[in-house]
Each structure stands twice: as structure tokens, then as C-alpha cells.
Ligand binder design. Structure first.
Ligand code: IDC
Length: 295
């Protein structure tokens, strides 16, 4: 595809839009990994090229920050090693890559702010000259975490990351409450909106458009389909959401590229390959996620 880093170069944010080095609007579309410590195999070069065949120009690396089943805080060396391998694979495939500090169970990103700074300092120094890397500083603040606390966290982490890179900032209530965002005073920021078909209603259009009208750039750093909860209707809602994103050229990453036996997975548990996927290898959810990659 003629849609990668070589064509678009360094990205930046103009108004509410993600733009390329020539100032043209660019939509990033890609799969998200599952936790990189748990399913690193699907971040191999061939897997990423496979998503590219379907239309992806980006890959998101979800690195759990602090998790009962282990994350960066518990396993920093292995986490970093797997993240760097996945970054290298994406760049070699000429795909943009999002490095996601995947906060979740810890609720408030301030909990591990010093580890986040250490991590982003190291990774952004290593890839300082690389236009293909975007940084997502926190996945899903939740619990009682307020916008003011996210701001406090962001103001500590953003300055650590090398200049130029587009930085993605999570929002309250599992990155659902974009309406609570008050913009931070840095260049090249976008704010995360997460959506799960089958779990949420159709308020997304109003929420996204109200936010954009306020001049706030929105990036769907994660969305998925919960067929287990929402049944057939979740599939229909997920399809409609994907069509909406593509029509509005809103960038997105879809959860997730793995074969774990759970409703969100793109691949069936029986799928034993890391590339050359066929129709039979995809879950129903996976077919919709991969269809979305076409744009
Ligand atoms: C889920 C994984 C699941 C894992 C769980 C806890 O799919 O296998 O056991 O996390 O680590 C999110 C999160 C994302 C969740 C996903 C589905 O960002 O980490 O992954 N989800 O629940 N937000 C809304 C849904």
C-alpha cells in the first residue's frame, strides 16, 4: 500500500485533524495487540504485513503498565524488549506504530507516573529520529480519576517525550468521557475515545462531534465488539461504528489481534498461524475488524 511512513512522513495535528508531512489529512487504521507480554507472537513482521494487506497503515502495541497478570511494573525488561521488537517490525513494514502505556486495573495513571516517565524517556530517546512512532501515555483512566489528575500526569510525562511526536492522551471513565477534556497546552496532542459495541449505546456520533466542535482532536485508540454481551446487535453496531470512523476519517486501532478464547479476538482459538490467515481463521468479530481496516 502507498499509505505508510515513506509517503506520509512526520505526522502532526492541525486543528482537530491528524495531518501528514505535506499537510494532508491522514487516517491511521490498524489492529491493537493484546497485552504484548501475553500475545507477542502476533506482533511479528509477517503478522503486521498481513494486517497491512487488509488496509492497515498502523499497529498499536498495548503494553500493560501494572497488572495482576504482570505488566511493565512487574516485568520492565521483558516488556521493553517486546515493545522494541514490535516497534521494529512495524517500522520495517512501513507502518506507523502506537506505543501504548496500557493502564487499566490501576485506575489512576498517577499511580506509576515515575515508571511511565522512565519508560517514555528511554523509548522516545531511542526512536527520536523516527517519524513513525506515536505515544499513547495512558490507556484508560477509570475509577475516580478526574480530568485534573490526568492533566497532572500528562504534564509530567509529555515533556519527557521527544519533540515532534504525536501524543495520545487517555480520558476519564475508560477513555469514554471525551466531553470532560479541557485541552492541554502542548502541540500535536489528540485525545482518546474508546468504544465497545454491545456495551455502549449510539451516543458516539454526538460525543465525537461535540468534542471536535470544541476544537479537540479525537483519536479512537481502541475499539472492539463485545458479542458475548450484545449478541447479534453488537455486530451490527460495530459495523456501523467502523463505517462512521471511515466516513469521518477518524483514526483507530481495533482490539485485538490474537486468538485468545474471548469475544474480542480477531482470530479463532483454533487458528494456529501468525500469517496467511484465511476466512476460517477469523472470528465473526475479526471479520468486521479487518473489514474496517480497508478504510
Ligand atoms: C481485556 C482483554 C482480556 C483481559 C482483560 C484484563 O481482552 O483478555 O483479561 O483486558 O487485562 C478495555 C481495555 C482492554 C480490555 C478490553 C476488553 O483497554 O485492556 O482487554 N477493554 O475488556 N477497555 C474496554 C474493553
Amino acid at each position: 500500500s502507498l499509505d505508510g511512513i515513506k509517503v506520509h512522513g512526520q505526522l502532526s495535528v492541525k486543528g482537530t485533524q491528524l495531518t501528514d508531512a505535506s499537510g494532508n489529512l491522514v487516517q491511521l487504521r490498524g489492529m491493537s495487540s493484546h497485552g504484548i507480554l501475553w500475545y507477542p507472537e502476533y506482533s511479528n513482521y509477517a503478522s503486521l504485513c498481513e494486517t497491512k494487506k487488509y488496509g492497515a497503515n498502523m499497529f498499536r502495541i498495548a503494553m500493560y503498565a501494572d497488572d495482576v497478570n504482570e505488566g511493565y511494573v512487574q516485568q520492565p525488561t521483558l516488556s521493553k524488549k517486546l515493545v522494541c521488537q514490535a516497534i521494529e517490525n512495524a517500522l520495517a513494514a512501513d507502518m506507523y506504530v502506537i506505543v501504548d502505556w496500557h493502564t487499566l486495573k490501576e485506575e489512576n495513571p498517577l499511580k506509576n507516573v515515575s515508571q511511565a516517565k522512565e519508560f517514555f524517556e528511554e523509548i522516545s530517546t531511542r526512536y527520536a529520529k523516527e517519524p513513525g512512532v506515536l505515544y499513547e501515555i495512558c490507556n484508560e483512566p477509570n475509577g475516580d480519576t478526574t480530568w485534573e489528575e490526568i492533566r497532572d500526569y500528562a504534564e509530567q510525562v509529555i515533556p519527557v517525550i521527544r519533540q515532534h511526536a504525536v501524543i495520545l492522551v487517555g480520558t476519564p471513565d475508560y477513555s469514554y468521557s471525551i466531553t470532560k477534556v479541557e485541552p492541554l497546552s502542548y502541540e500535536n496532542l489528540m485525545y482518546s475515545y474508546h468504544f465497545y459495541a454491545g456495551q455502549y449505546d449510539d451516543a458516539y456520533k454526538n460525543m465525537i462531534e461535540d468534542t471536535q466542535r470544541k476544537g479537540i482532536p479525537v483519536f479512537v485508540t481502541e475499539w472492539g465488539i463485545n458479542e458475548e454481551q450484545g449478541g447479534e446487535a453488537a455486530l451490527t453496531q460495530g459495523k456501523a461504528f467502523a463505517e462512521y470512523l471511515n466516513e469521518k476519517k477518524i483514526s483507530f486501532a481495533a482490539w485485538s489481534l490474537c486468538n485468545k478464547e474471548e469475544t474480542f479476538s480477531a482470530l479463532r482459538p483454533e487458528c494456529g498461524t501468525y500469517r496467511d490467515w484465511e476466512e476460517k481463521d477469523f472470528t465473526e468479530v475479526g471479520r468486521i475488524l479487518f473489514e474496517a481496516l480497508k478504510g
